[in-house]
Write a protein of this length. Structure first.
Length: 89
């Protein structure tokens, strides 16, 4: 099975990095600790993270489901959208 390169989550050692654009347009950098914030499930791993933008105080919720090798399989965002890695500056 071949996997596409992940376009929103970047693996950096013990962390995943991503950026979220909230409803008001503020971009918030997010760091996810692989060992502390991601929970094991029967099929792999799961993350639910609530984000509050520091300037606009917009709230958003990020959910990510991972396979057993901790590769993102599905993502859901409420109250914003993930910024693709190619748009990071």
């Amino acid at each position: 099975m071949f996997f596409r390169r992940e376009e929103h989550l970047k693996s950096e050692g013990r962390f995943f990095l991503c950026r979220m654009r909230t409803a008001s347009g503020e971009v918030v950098p997010i760091r996810i600790a692989k060992s502390a914030e991601i929970s094991p499930t029967g099929e792999g791993y799961y993350l639910r993270k609530e984000i509050v933008a520091p300037k606009s105080l917009d709230r958003a919720v990020l959910e990510v489901w991972f396979d057993r090798r901790m590769r993102p399989v599905r993502k859901a965002v409420e109250g914003g959208e993930l910024v693709p890695i190619k748009e990071w500056r």
